[in-house]
Design a protein around this ligand. Structure first.
Ligand code: URA
Length: 434
């Protein structure tokens, strides 16, 4: 086979056979296909697309390009949960211990934040001593002992995706549904949970800007999961405004702890409880939604859910006192309350703009490998639909110094749209694809 022939085939709208896809991924992973040819091929895929069978073959080839954890062969059922990324998205931090507290194991590898979206691994590292880098043996031991493990993404899983993602990132080829679906699902198949819940986000703060794009991506991933024997469900959820109130690292973890105590903001709490209940039904722990809701409520009210979070934090070397007393989490030295510039209803809050402002306070990375400041971020005092009088609190800025707090104020205010008339916030969950 010749790479140049395969590039031309896709350029002209052809369909790859399973053998061609396996050959391409094997040779690219080994280094015998150069990046310039793979970039041309990816651009042809971007422009011409791939059908469901090709996407599924690509996913399997990438999943098979490195180690396979097969967690499901040792603990079953074992769930995985993945969000396509958003601003203020602390859902995994709450859903994982909640589901584990209800008796279903959670074996999860979590990513770091890149761009304006945050990463669960960074948020967890707000806790003193906590480490996300675990050996495979430690991953399995902690999963066996505690029914929950929250590790960082291992580089030996789906290495073909690591190479392809880095290439796509610098050649303008990220926003392709078959390429995103196969990238995410190859890592999930390599971990090998029995059940997967995907949270596919759309809106100003998400990769997918429209609900239609999110639905297509969700459908592609659910289909890949079905083909591969991984029970996959996707929730399509809105990222038109930040989720909950906190955007940052330590402050998002503190909000997740509030959610586990039943005291979190209504929007994100409902999403977390809903996703946890969905997982309990998927795995057969509950026979229906009402029973699942009851299990979730019990885990919150009894304190079992927050205890589970403290347990996994301690198992991975973290200071559990900071979960029991979140006021001990790292805190920014400067807090500035930004006031509403006018009276009216909040009509929209640009999630991407808020995420970028939080990054510039140090809470996120402008490029891979940048250090982050776990203390900084933003706490929204009001959300879409709320009525404020000019001068009332709008956002609390948590900054390293006065200057940085000052510098972002104009861009923060530009994220808001106001209305004279009442505004109804959109529901968070748009659809569930099973
Ligand atoms: N996340 C991934 O893991 N891969 C993509 O292509 C996009 C988002």
């Amino acid at each position: 086979m010749q790479t140049v022939e395969l590039i031309a085939k896709k350029r002209d709208g052809g369909t790859f056979s399973s053998e061609e896809i396996t050959w391409l991924i094997e040779h690219y992973t080994q280094g015998s296909i150069p990046d310039y040819q793979m970039a041309a091929l990816l651009m042809a895929i971007y422009l011409r697309g791939m059908d469901a069978r090709e996407t599924s073959d690509l996913t399997l080839a990438m999943a098979n390009s490195g180690a396979q954890l097969r967690v499901n062969t040792q603990v079953s059922p074992v769930i995985d949960k993945h969000s396509t990324g958003g601003v203020g998205d602390k859902v995994t931090l709450a859903v994982a211990p909640l589901v584990a507290a209800c008796g279903v194991a959670v074996g999860k590898m979590t990513g770091r934040g890149l761009g304006h979206t945050g990463g669960t691994a960074d948020k967890l590292e707000s806790v003193d001593g906590f480490h996300v880098e675990l050996s495979r043996d430690d991953f399995m031991r902690i999963l066996h002992e505690h029914q929950i493990v929250l590790a960082g993404q291992s580089n030996d899983l789906a290495p073909a995706d690591g190479k392809l993602y880095a290439l796509r990132d610098v050649t303008g080829i990220i926003e392709s549904i078959p390429l995103i679906a196969s990238s995410i699902m190859s890592k999930k198949l390599a971990i090998g949970a029995s059940h997967l819940l995907l949270d596919v986000k759309f809106g100003s703060g998400a990769f997918m800007k429209t609900v239609e794009q999110a639905r297509q991506l969700a459908q592609a991933m659910v289909e890949i999961g079905r083909e591969a024997g991984l029970h996959t469900v996707a929730a399509i959820t809105s990222m038109e405004q930040p989720l909950g109130r906190a955007i940052g690292n330590a402050i998002e973890l503190a909000e997740a702890i509030d959610i586990l105590h039943g005291k979190g903001p209504a929007d994100v709490s409902e999403l977390c409880y809903h996703e946890a209940a969905e997982l309990l039904v998927m795995t057969g722990k509950a026979t229906n939604e009402a029973e699942a809701d009851q299990l979730v409520t019990q885990a919150i009210q009894s304190g079992a859910a927050v205890k589970k979070l403290a347990e996994v934090i301690a198992a991975q070397g973290g200071n559990l006192q900071q979960i029991e007393h979140p006021e001990l989490l790292p805190a920014a030295p400067i807090r500035v309350m930004l006031a509403a510039p006018r009276t009216g209803y909040i009509a929209a809050i640009n999630a991407e703009g808020i995420g970028l402002a939080s990054m510039s306070l140090g809470a996120g990375r402008f490029k891979k490998g940048d250090p982050i400041d776990h203390r900084t971020g933003l706490i929204l005092q009001a959300k879409v639909g709320d009525y404020l009088t000019a001068g009332e609190p709008l956002i609390e800025i948590h900054a390293r110094n006065e200057q940085e707090a000052q510098d972002i104020q104009a861009s923060l205010l530009a994220c808001y749209q106001w209305s004279e008339n009442p505004v109804q916030a959109q529901p968070l969950i748009c659809d569930i694809i099973r």
